[in-house]
Design a protein around this ligand. Structure first.
Ligand SMILES: Cc1cc2nc3c(=O)[nH]c(=O)nc-3n(C[C@H](O)[C@H](O)[C@H](O)COP(=O)(O)OP(=O)(O)OC[C@H]3O[C@@H](n4cnc5c(N)ncnc54)[C@H](O)[C@@H]3O)c2cc1C
Length: 411
């Protein structure tokens, strides 16, 4: 692996940088590269942080092949520049050495519900502008999926502790173990002086398979398992049902914790899997077995019963999957982990907020919910997506929220 300096020196600093054009937050990659090569690492870190407060996280877990790295011109004929390695170094250095400036408070109170990537981004941006921010979080710490989903071998928790420390030093008031929508409803916040509420409660509720056997004692949902893997006794053979990154994270965590034999089974082929290629590759290296074209139809005490699925190419080139009930087989399993997607929790049905058919917050392009003063962003709006997309939309929502706050402050 070349040093990050060698990597930065390979960058062509394109006038029309395709890497930056394909970054959801339009990171000014040529400028950061130039500052880094001039030795101005603090300034480079500041440029990154002010554009994307979570750059220390996204540099580690973004799907780079879809964004910056995947569009580097050098990648057309050879090795693309891995900007994220430089970004990770600069962002971490910036957080570690960050001095909090004196912030002029404006006396305007804002409530943030949910301390995941969207909530952290909004809080950091508001705090720097002098707002009084109170963050309500159902869990006992900040991070959302970054802390209670993505395994520590992919994302170090000390980054989240640094973010918490920075926000507290900027004046954040944090209410852990407090679920909005139970004792405190959104509408209870305004009488206490909050001028706006930002909802970023994510999609933490797992989707069900809807099969017989799903409530048995050896069956678990991946997002529940990933929250605290040590709480689970899984046995020596574990079957994970699903084809996305969550399935892969669960499988790789099981391998590390329980030293079990892990099988991922799903109804599609390898080429159709939604998980990132490099994650699939790592799971294979670590010994995860894949059973493709298997549709789970029932969960038994010691196996997942499946039927074979046929992949059929339609005349128009599209693909469909058909179950073939003449081929039934069992994948042995002492435990089963279900990872077929997530949706929003049911606790936010208040304040007259309009929801979509999927139960997501129905907002306009600026994150306005239709209930005055209530804004939303992140997975609760988009459905399960990525951290960088949550950051990008939160930034957009902030601009409209500030317009609203400036207006209501005058009234
Ligand atoms: C296992 C897994 C792996 C992933 N890997 C990646 C990856 O590698 N790269 C990537 O970019 N994305 C990844 N994602 C997706 C990414 O984590 C999400 O898109 C992102 O976390 C969404 O941020 P958010 O702030 O909207 O929601 P969340 O991160 O879900 O945070 C929501 C927060 O709100 C809290 N909350 C919920 N309800 C309430 C309530 N009623 N009151 C108060 N608080 C509440 C929750 O406890 C949580 O802390 C992954 C997702 C999962 C599940």
């Amino acid at each position: 692996m070349p040093s990050i300096k060698t990597e930065a020196e390979r960058c062509l600093k394109c006038k029309k940088a395709m890497c930056a054009a394909h970054c959801p937050v339009s990171t000014d990659i040529p400028r950061v590269m130039e500052l880094f090569l001039n030795g101005e690492i603090k300034k480079a870190g500041e440029v990154l942080f002010s554009n994307n407060p979570l750059s220390a996280v996204t540099s580690v877990i973004c799907p780079h092949e879809r964004n910056c790295t995947g569009h580097c011109v050098l990648g057309k004929k050879g090795e693309p520049v891995r900007f994220y390695t430089i970004e990770e170094y600069l962002s971490r250095f910036y957080l570690e050495t960050m001095e909090i400036p004196e912030i002029q408070k404006n006396g305007i109170k804002v409530a943030v519900a949910g301390a995941g990537p969207a909530g952290i981004t909004m809080s950091l941006l508001l705090l720097q502008k002098g707002y009084d921010v109170t963050m309500f979080e159902a869990q006992d710490d900040i991070g959302g999926i970054l802390r209670y989903g993505i395994p520590p071998f992919r994302l170090s928790r000390d980054l989240l502790d640094m973010y918490k420390d920075i926000m507290l030093r900027m004046g954040l008031r944090f209410r852990p173990n407090t679920r909005i929508g139970t004792n405190i409803m959104i509408e209870n916040l305004f009488p206490d002086g909050y001028k706006a509420v930002f909802v970023s409660t994510g999609t933490g509720r797992p989707r069900k398979l809807g099969l017989i056997g799903e409530t048995l004692g050896h069956v678990h949902f991946a997002v529940d398992y990933l929250k605290s893997p040590k709480a689970f006794q899984l046995g020596s053979r574990v079957a994970v049902v699903g084809a996305g990154n969550v399935a892969i994270d669960a499988a790789r965590t099981v391998i590390r914790r329980a030293h079990s034999h892990v099988t991922i089974l799903h109804f599609m082929g390898e080429e159709d899997m939604t998980a990132n290629r490099d994650e699939i590759e790592m799971a294979e290296i670590e010994g995860v077995e894949f059973v493709h074209y298997a549709q789970a139809v029932r969960i038994l005490e010691n196996a997942v019963r499946c039927v074979r699925v046929r992949r059929i190419q339609n005349e128009d080139g599209s693909v469909r999957f058909e179950e073939d009930y003449s081929e039934v087989f069992d994948v042995p399993a002492d435990s089963v982990i279900i990872a077929i997607g997530q949706g929003p929790g049911a606790d936010m049905y208040s304040a007259g907020i309009k929801l979509t058919q999927r139960g997501l917050f129905d907002v306009n392009e600026w994150g306005e919910t239709g209930t005055p003063g209530v804004f939303a962003a992140g997975d609760i709006v988009s459905g399960p997506k990525t951290v960088i997309e949550a950051v990008a939309f939160t930034k957009k929502v902030l601009s409209r929220m500030e317009e609203y706050l400036n207006q209501t402050a005058k009234e």
